[in-house]
Design a protein. Sequence first.
Length: 110
Amino acid sequence: MGTTKTEHFTNKQNQIAALAKALGHPARVAIIEYLLKVNACICGDIVNELPLAQPTVSQHLKELKNAGMIKGNIEGNAICYCIDEKMIDKLLNYFTNISTKLTKQKNNCC
């Protein structure tokens, strides 16, 4: 298996790629949407919302947390998760920048 050679790219490029990868599974998108709906929750609540086993949900939560999309705080025996607004802002800024540049260029591609 080849290496990803992430060292050849900027920190921003690597971070955006990690965020995009984290959102690259429908279960993770569903988790983000659920967290938006309830504003914070306990892991068990997420398991009840998805048609997935608890270990699978935990793995998806881990991927989202590793990418910085969500934060988790330990509260007693459970972990309470919420969306990390800073990372969402980074994604928004990235796509807004692309949209702005395309609008200015009036891209006539293909």
